[in-house]
Design a protein around this ligand. Structure first.
Ligand code: ISL
Ligand code: CA
Length: 550
């Protein structure tokens, strides 16, 4: 297996709006991040990925960019950014920018020009089509509810937006668009950033002529219609040739529709495309045909299968990223663990899982202290455009609105966007003002200050596990094998290289479960103190990593 720094380091994702507010306006900002760099260094992460910080009208919290060359006013200035980047580098860490280039904001100058007239030089920076028999050009459904087509009076045509109507899709067929994108990438790389996380990169190449989706199932539509278009890999290879190959930086691709069948086309070691992609199997598992608010049952055996199937698909031929939650998906302890009495045990279990898989781990802010989902009583307390769009749709459809709110509690993105908990003072120490979204009421119990005071906290366990991974390259490069794929309560796998065999075992339940090693082993790390006589019992949410004795 080829060794690379980006396989060995660990990413920490910052959602700047919710991380730390430095000036009392209720919105997290760059100077807030700067204040917390020592905290992140102490935790022991290596690479900070910032969700978008560019100029944006914030229809989708920065994933709608109106100027790629400037910092969002609410987040600070370019001088703040330069100071932040220098502060990150001074501490031996790296910084990744979020690259959102499937779409821009409708307030980007390119789109403002594009919509002016059919012969404007920027017209074909975007996808415009006339009506089909008085209806939108295709029956496509947006990721954020409703049609993907918005009618524009001015030129009497529709433009395409896979996300909100304030996020028009760029036309990658146009070489000028691609050149503009490469230019802005060089701008940030020349400043010294260490790479990009590429937003919905899987949908940049459209299938022409654009045609109706044949399925009602959104998960099927993603694969058949939106993702992995015919020029996908030509575009990524061009981007690599023109930009990425000239810098020692990393890329991680994000996007629905990148599955086990196609992953190596993106990350195969000779492809010259991306270093790694996120895999989403364990995230979409409870999304029914109607999407994330159409919640269906998920099960543990399938959860394990996701990791096994992905590792099988990629093996030694490429590389992937492992994450358990991020700014789009609920908190892992609430989703797959126990956010009640076993919150700390299960949060530590997930620390062990995240940091013992083959793939570059990505840890989301707050997960290192075991933050949980939130359940606001009214829709007014939610801020996410996705929640509000689906809420309007559900209401118009006459749906059961209590049930809808329950689905938001389970799968809404604001679960992970409430402010970071720094301490037990008002607003969790996130701001001196009024936060842009309410804090999770459990902050007096779960917060950084409390975690730093408690040697047994989730925080210190993450710190220990981060060190442990680095000290044991078997956990980075070793092969992976699931040893109990059919077990209803236990997840047990081996990581192995020429030197060592590690066994990792987790109890995903509130029960005590008996098990036995068939070889002699020594325990290296675990989330409970070992008790004599109880060696063969796993307590609720217990996890252990052991090494085979030769
Ligand atoms: O969460 C999803 C479906 O409900 C995913 O399909 C998600 O929308 C998709 O992975 C894209 O997410 C990314 O692009 C969006 C942005 O809103 C997300 O925050 C971002 O991570 C549009 O830019
Ligand atoms: Ca602020």
């Amino acid at each position: 297996m080829n060794k690379n720094w980006w396989k060995e380091q660990v990413i920490y994702q910052i959602y700047p709006r919710s991380f730390k507010d430095s000036n009392g306006d209720g919105i997290g900002d760059l100077r807030g991040i700067l204040e917390k760099l020592d905290y992140l260094k102490k935790l022991g992460v290596d690479i900070l990925w910032l969700s978008p910080i560019y100029q944006s009208p914030n229809d989708d919290n920065g994933y709608d960019i109106s100027d790629y060359y400037n910092i969002m006013d609410e987040f600070g200035t370019m001088a703040d950014f330069d100071e932040l980047l220098a502060g990150v580098h001074a501490r031996g860490m790296k910084l990744l920018m979020d690259l959102v280039v499937n779409h821009t904001s409708d307030e980007h100058q390119w789109f403002e020009e594009s919509r002016k007239s059919k012969d404007n030089p920027y017209r074909d920076y975007y996808h415009w089509l006339p009506a089909e028999n008085g209806k939108p050009p295709t029956n496509w459904r947006s990721f954020f509810a409703g049609s993907t087509w918005e009618y524009d009076e001015k030129t009497e045509e529709y433009y395409l937006h896979l996300f909100t109507k304030k996020q028009p899709d760029l036309n990658w067929e146009n070489p000028k668009v691609r050149e503009e994108i490469y230019k802005l990438m060089r701008f940030w790389l020349d400043k010294g950033v260490d790479g990009f996380r590429m937003d919905v990169i899987s949908v940049i190449s459209k299938r022409f002529p654009l045609a109706d989706a044949k399925s009602e199932d959104f998960n099927v539509i993603i694969n058949d219609v939106y993702a992995n278009g015919p020029r996908m890999h030509e575009f990524l290879q061009e981007m690599h040739r023109e930009v990425m190959s000239k810098y020692d930086v990393m890329t991680v691709g994000e996007g629905p529709g990148i599955d086990e069948q196609v992953v190596l086309d993106y990350v195969g070691k000779d492809r010259k495309e991306l270093n790694m992609v996120f895999h989403f199997g364990h995230m979409f598992m409870d999304h029914g045909p109607g999407g994330r608010f159409d919640v269906v049952d998920k099960n543990f055996i399938d959860f394990k299968k996701v990791f096994t199937n992905w590792d099988k698909a990629v093996g030694e031929e490429g590389w992937i990223n492992i994450f358990l939650d991020n700014h789009d998906f609920p908190r892992i302890v609430s989703r797959w663990g126990n956010d009640g009495i076993y919150r700390e045990a299960s949060a530590k279990l997930f620390a062990m899982l995240l940091l013992s898989m083959r793939g570059t781990p990505c840890l989301y802010q707050g997960t290192e202290i075991g933050m949980t989902n939130v359940a606001f009583d009214t829709i007014e307390d939610y801020r996410d455009v996705e929640i509000h769009n689906f809420y309007k749709q559900a209401k118009a459809d006459g749906a059961d609105m209590d049930a809808f709110l329950k689905a938001v509690h389970i799968n809404g993105r604001d679960n992970v966007r409430t402010p970071m908990h720094w301490n037990n003072t008002s607003e969790a120490g996130f701001t001196d003002g009024e936060p842009w979204i309410k804090v999770n009421p459990n902050y007096p119990e779960i917060n950084v200050a409390a975690a730093l005071d408690d040697p047994n906290s989730v925080f210190y366990f993450y710190q220990k596990m981060l060190k442990f991974r680095k000290a044991n390259p078997t956990l980075i490069y070793g092969s992976y094998q699931d040893l109990m794929p059919e077990h209803e309560l236990l997840f047990c796998y081996a990581r192995q290289d020429a030197e060592h065999t590690f066994y990792i075992i987790f109890n995903f339940s509130e029960k005590e479960v008996q098990f036995e090693w068939t070889e002699s082993v020594e325990q290296l790390i675990g989330n409970y103190q070992t008790v004599k006589g109880k060696e063969n019992w796993l307590r609720p949410w217990e996890g252990r990593i052991v090494r085979r004795l030769d």
